[in-house]
Design a protein around this ligand. Structure first.
Ligand code: NAP
Length: 270
């Protein structure tokens, strides 16, 4: 659709945002659904300035990424209860000047883990940052036993203060049978594609391994999972689901998945 004075602005805000896939996904949705909108990326460390821009321009839908998912919360008018419970916002919908924060990462996590039994499962959660919070929220609600393994113990303890989880050190990893392993750190992300968040020996046959990292498309962790007879789940599944949920919240209707995964994979392959 041709850009005109009527074209609505949506945005991805964060710092940095140069490599974000959000404009690719959302602009493809606008084209497919014939929506007169365009998503642009705005990178800034100044979250106050970004929120002022949402109000002024106005930006009707904003996807929020690192490092603003928590710091944006006090600047909004309303926070959805799930986002409040998780403690992070990745979506802002601007309804006639009222900014409401949501968390659609949790929809993405739920979609990625949809075929995995979480009730009673031992889940190894690597990381204790914003994304790990979302995984801890979902997995504990589904009845999993979550073991958090994080570089900084204090961050793991902060996660344990919010959710009913255990903390596990490197020395105890081999002794526990994990049904599900989730990497919620950037370990293994391009250009450090040779890095592994945990030793591959702890991946057992039949387990499910979900890597939130999606660049490269197949991380070393997911390669190891496949080689060891485990199920490998890509972070791209989560990315797509959280993005379509952002559009659903804004548009107030479901947005069909028109094979956007192929588009995103193509973009990542370059
Ligand atoms: P975050 O809040 O900054 O947390 C980063 C986590 O990774 C922390 O637990 C940190 O440990 C750990 N970490 C970072 N570098 C590390 C290193 N070199 N060695 C060991 N641990 C390290 O980030 P986030 O928002 O949770 O994002 C985490 C990852 O998930 C990112 O790669 C992000 O791209 C990905 N993600 C993917 C999706 C998706 O849709 N697929 C959505 C959201 C996030 P410390 O506490 O010890 O610093």
């Amino acid at each position: 659709m041709e850009i005109s004075p009527k074209t609505v602005l949506t945005a991805i805000i964060g710092n940095p945002v140069e490599h974000s896939l959000s404009p690719t996904l959302h602009n493809a949705v606008y084209k497919t659904e014939d929506i007169d909108a365009v998503m642009l990326a705005f990178g800034s460390p100044d979250i106050g300035g970004l929120v002022a821009a949402i109000r002024t321009l106005p930006i009707q839908l904003a996807a929020v990424t690192m490092p603003h998912k928590q710091t944006i919360m006090p600047l909004l008018d309303e926070i959805d209860v799930t986002a409040k419970d998780i403690g992070a916002v990745n979506t802002v919908v601007n309804r006639k000047g009222v900014l409401t924060g949501y968390n659609t990462d949790v929809t993405g996590v739920a979609k990625a883990l949809a075929g995995v039994t979480l009730k009673g499962a031992n889940v190894l959660l690597i990381g204790a940052g914003g994304a790990a919070r979302t995984v801890a929220y979902h997995a504990t609600r589904e009845g999993a036993h979550v073991f958090c393994h994080n570089r900084k113990l204090a961050e793991a303890e902060a996660l344990r203060a919010s959710f009913d989880i255990n903390i596990i050190g490197a020395d105890a990893l081999q002794a526990t049978d994990f049904d599900v392993i989730v990497n919620a750190t950037p370990i293994g992300m391009s250009p450090n594609t040779d890095a592994m968040p945990v030793p591959e020996e702890i991946i057992r046959k039949g387990a499910a391994v979900f890597d939130l990292v999606y660049s490269p498309l197949e991380t070393k962790l997911l390669r190891a999972a496949r080689a060891r007879g485990a199920r490998a789940i890509s972070g791209l599944t989560m990315f797509l689901a959280q993005g379509l949920e952002q559009e659903r919240l804004w548009l107030g209707r479901d947005v069909a998945d028109k094979d956007y995964i192929a588009l995103l994979e193509g973009k990542l392959r370059g």
